[in-house]
Design a binder for this molecule. Structure first.
Ligand code: NAP
Ligand code: GDD
Length: 325
């Protein structure tokens, strides 16, 4: 039986990845940081019905000795480093914490693996945010980076450390440069989920408006369930490498909203309010990924359209709000 260690297992991707790996017969260990509300921090794992199937080990990405202890105990064949302060807007309010967890946390995890289980295959959750002020209309593995937030700068450090550990120590360390991916398990602060939750509340008479910031921003959105498959595929390759994971289609926040409102038969113009407070100090105007390498080398392709995903999210939020769960 293969075993895997996932940091960030309580997050959106961690939950879907755990589900995927359990389905493949893996023993799944998850690093979970201590919380005063342990009864709610596994909510996504419970939503997927797998909370009892993963072995949770306490630790924190800011604490190297805890990471070493966990890797030593779990002896994983594969390590997926998904843990991060992942909300871009917060990274301007907590830049040092973001650097410590999202950037140095990756280095700490690489060190723990190098010292305790150097033959483990390692995955780093890199991000399309690293392209920031885009240097090419369609971003691929060879497009230069231009980070536009403390989060993106921290991710860039993690990305290059992953490349560096591969080249310096021969570790099987891969970096997945994933474009935005969403699902009913997405955190409510991210724009797709904020929209689907907001639309569901308006539909149910629980709210009358939806406040957003820059609706002209464009993103290449895919489904998290599809994207975790790419993570796994990267670690099954003979040689480690870096891959862009994207759909190859970019859509504005406004048009994404339109899909959600249309799904429940409500007029967007009547309910949408633009709030200048929600604009960011620096914006990533547009992201559009080229997943050609992932298709050619991993045989990976996105399976879910943006329209289907947004409808799935709206329906999940309607069900959640109607049942109070
Ligand atoms: P998420 O839902 O925000 O999950 C983040 C996870 O990191 C949570 O499990 C969180 O634990 C954990 N975490 C935070 N601080 C930690 C710490 N100090 N020590 C240990 N764990 C800590 O993020 P996601 O959407 O699943 O994304 C997964 C990863 O992919 C992240 O690294 C993100 O930056 C990256 N990424 C995401 C996307 C996307 O569109 N979703 C795209 C590119 C890259 P708690 O539950 O305790 O908070
Ligand atoms: N969150 C949010 N809330 N975003 C808004 C809002 C709002 O009210 N109004 C407009 N937006 C715009 C943001 O300014 C941004 O341009 C876009 O919607 C997407 O914002 P988010 O959903 O917060 O995601 P992100 O693109 O900043 O970051 C996500 O994707 C990255 C990959 O490109 C996160 O998941 C990162 O962790 C990930 O690395």
């Amino acid at each position: 039986m293969k075993s895997a260690l996932i940091t960030g297992i309580t997050g959106q991707d961690g939950a879907y990845l755990a589900q995927l790996l359990l389905g493949k017969g893996y023993k799944v260990h998850g690093l979970v940081r201590r919380s005063s509300t342990t009864d709610v921090n596994d909510v996504r794992l419970r939503w997927l019905g797998i909370a009892g199937d993963v072995n949770v080990i306490d630790g924190d990405l800011s604490d190297l000795s805890s990471l070493m202890r966990i890797v030593r105990a779990a002896q994983p064949d594969e390590v997926y480093n998904l843990g991060a302060q992942s909300f871009v807007k917060t990274s301007w309010q907590q830049p040092l914490l973001t650097g410590a967890i999202t950037g140095l946390g990756c280095a700490a995890m690489l060190e723990a693996v190098r010292l305790e289980k150097p033959d483990a295959h390692f995955y780093q959750a890199s991000s399309s945010e690293m392209y920031g002020m885009i240097q090419e209309p369609m971003q691929s593995e060879t497009t230069p980076f231009y980070p536009r937030s403390p989060y993106a700068a921290a991710k860039l450090y993690g990305h290059w450390m992953t490349v560096n550990y591969r080249e310096s120590f021969g570790m099987h360390a891969s970096s997945g440069i994933l474009f935005n991916h969403e699902s009913p398990l997405r955190g409510i602060e991210f724009v797709t989920r904020k929209v689907t939750d907001g639309v569901a509340k308006i539909k149910l008479g629980m709210a009358s408006e939806l406040r957003l910031g820059n609706i002209d921003a464009k993103r290449d959105w895919g489904h998290a369930r599809d994207y975790v498959k790419a993570m796994w595929l990267m670690l099954q390759q003979e040689a480690a490498d870096d891959y862009v994971i994207a759909t190859g289609r970019t859509v504005s926040v406004r048009d994404m909203c339109e899909i959600a409102f249309q799904h429940v038969g409500l007029p967007l113009e009547k309910h949408l309010v633009i709030d200048p407070e929600l604009f960011r100090p620096a914006e990533v105007d547009v992201l559009l990924g080229n997943p050609a390498k992932a298709k050619a080398k991993l045989g990976w392709e996105p399976e879910t359209s943006l329209e289907d995903m947004i409808r799935e999210m709206v329906d999940a939020d309607l069900a959640r709000l109607s049942t109070g769960r």
